[in-house]
Design a protein. Structure first.
Length: 449
């Protein structure tokens, strides 16, 4: 089933956390159940042509009803930690106003189920599913979101903070600003470069505000935020390409971590970002800073970029992995353990980062069910290659303290719908049957005590 690997769980140390990550919108289904209000993805998925094959997440894995057996699967796979996100519109149907007690009750049951199995719960406060009620008021472009988010975070901290100590404030804010509000490929599907900077600033502010809320309300909290990152290579040594690579790096890797560390936005590599000042109020520069206990890095691939006159504002384009003769996943992403190693080193070089958690990493491949099995050899080797790279970085002193695999089970992969399967567990979306893939079995033997 697997190739030879030359490391064991013990090599990562006793204090290393092993978990799986999920997100509410991708797995829960039950979108109209028990007082949940609509979120931007519910609306977006109804717009023709936005989601592959016209899929939507109204049912998805129906985790809302299967959460007990699904959390038992986390245990079966050998993981001791489970990351999930809270659906904002289950807690506050319009995003603000009266608390929906049924929403709180659902997450209480989920948390208690984790604890009963000795699984450490991790909460992500925001994983892309903005209540539609807030989007109707301008969403992330409206500065009022600072107050909306603070209230929502406070409700969650008070409701769950007695039992949940590990908190991730935002998940991949760059995707929200870039795909959600600039290219329109993700919900809410707004497409204008003029949205980018205000949305970035409001997200970065909420990242810090959320941190403060959890610190104030949750004793002994371990607080982080999760950032998408990809090591950037310039396509050539030509100065134009080198500068393009620096701009891509500022956007993809530095944009949200640097303000949190008190370093401001990386306008030194990409002058366009300097215009963000227009959206900053007095005192914001200071409020952007928060002393995170850890930074979550989410790495899947590295990129190669070159200068392009055809892409206004950024003046760069990616050289797609499929044209570079490198191994790729079903998403067309380059498989590169070296990329993981490089990005860990890059983040570790920031003095202000205390600890790093790899808060997501995984791969989509075309899976085939054979009887009651899925022989996903490629996914298993992907995990082995990346874990090997993480261990190498760790052995060289990078302070990486945990690994959360993406993801427990196949789910709604945003604009890709159900076409891209990232799970360690296969899901038949018609019957809701789950099958542990060989990659899941590999983890369970690797993680065995
Ligand atoms: C990043 C996102 O956080 C997650 O929701 C997504 O499914 C994975 N990457 C894979 O694309």
């Amino acid at each position: 089933m697997t190739g030879d690997i030359h490391f064991s769980k013990e090599d990562f140390g006793d204090d290393f956390s092993w978990g799986v990550a999920t997100a509410a919108y991708q797995i829960e289904g039950a979108v109209d159940k028990d007082g949940r209000g609509p979120c931007v993805w519910d609306k977006f998925a109804r717009v023709k042509g936005k989601i592959k094959n016209g899929d939507n997440a109204s049912i998805s894995c129906d985790f809302y009803h299967h959460y007990e057996s699904d959390i038992e699967l986390v245990r079966t796979l050998g993981f001791k930690e489970f990351r999930f996100s809270i659906s904002w519109s289950r807690i506050l149907s319009q995003g603000f106003g009266e608390v929906n007690e049924a929403g709180i009750a659902f997450y209480n049951k989920l948390i208690d189920k984790c604890l009963s199995l000795d699984i450490v719960p991790w909460i992500t406060l925001y994983h892309w599913d903005l209540p539609q009620g807030l989007e109707d008021l301008g969403g992330w472009k409206n500065r009022k979101i600072l107050e909306w988010f603070e209230s929502y975070a406070t409700i969650c901290a008070k409701a769950f903070g007695d039992r949940v100590k590990k908190w991730i404030i935002l998940n991949e804010p760059m995707a929200v600003a870039g795909l959600g509000y600039t290219t329109g490929l993700h919900a809410p599907g707004r497409k204008s470069i003029s949205n980018f900077l205000p949305v970035v600033h409001h997200l970065a502010m909420c990242q810090a505000i959320g941190g403060e809320v959890i610190r104030r309300n949750v004793a002994d909290a371990y607080i982080g935020t999760a950032i998408s990152c990809s090591y950037v290579h310039a396509a050539s040594a030509d100065l134009k390409d080198v500068r393009a690579a620096k701009r891509a790096d500022a956007l993809m890797n530095r944009l949200f971590v640097e303000p949190a560390l008190g370093l401001g936005y990386p306008a030194n590599a990409f002058s366009f970002l300097g215009n963000i000042k227009k959206y900053m109020h007095a005192g914001d520069a200071e409020r952007l800073r928060f002393d995170f206990d850890f930074i979550g890095i989410q790495n899947y691939f590295s990129v190669v970029v070159k200068h392009s006159y055809l892409a206004p504002v950024v003046w760069l384009k990616e050289v797609p992995a499929k044209l570079r003769n490198v191994p790729i996943t079903a998403m067309g992403w380059e498989v590169s353990g070296d990329g993981m190693y490089d990005i860990l080193k890059q983040f570790d070089a920031y003095e202000g980062i205390r600890e790093i958690i790899v808060s997501e990493n995984g791969a989509a491949y075309q899976d085939h069910v054979e009887g009651n099995a899925v022989h996903d050899f490629d996914r298993t080797s992907f995990y082995q290659e990346y874990l090997n790279a993480i261990l190498k970085a760790k052995n060289e002193g990078v302070n990486v303290k945990g690994y959360l695999a993406w993801t427990l089970m196949d789910n709604f992969e945003w604009a890709e719908g159900y076409a891209a399967r990232f799970g360690l567990v296969y899901v038949d979306f018609q019957s809701q049957k789950r099958i542990i893939k060989d990659s899941g079995k590999w983890f369970s033997s690797f993680l065995k005590d």
